[in-house]
Design a protein. Structure first.
Length: 80
């Protein structure tokens, strides 16, 4: 793990620009989502995993739609 410590200023609207070396290190590009978590007195920034976003979407809609009890994945994945 690379150790990197940089500073940035908080703007009047509470916004902070992620320094370019951090964006490059984490592979953060425009339109990526990031996750902030607070651990004791520190804020941790992570690039959001696209798989996690998909799981969050499924969890958000699972109560809104009736999910099938059995799914035939072979049938769903067949290209015709």
């Amino acid at each position: 793990m690379v150790s990197l410590r940089l500073t940035a200023s908080v703007g009047e609207k509470g916004q902070v620009v992620i320094p370019k070396p951090v964006r490059d290190l984490l592979g953060i590009t425009p339109h990526n989502e990031v996750v902030f978590s607070v651990q004791e007195d520190k804020v941790v920034l992570e690039k959001k995993d696209p798989k996690q976003a998909y799981l969050e979407f499924i969890m958000a809609v699972k109560d809104k739609i009736k999910m099938p009890k059995k799914v035939d994945w072979d049938e769903l994945c067949t290209l015709t």
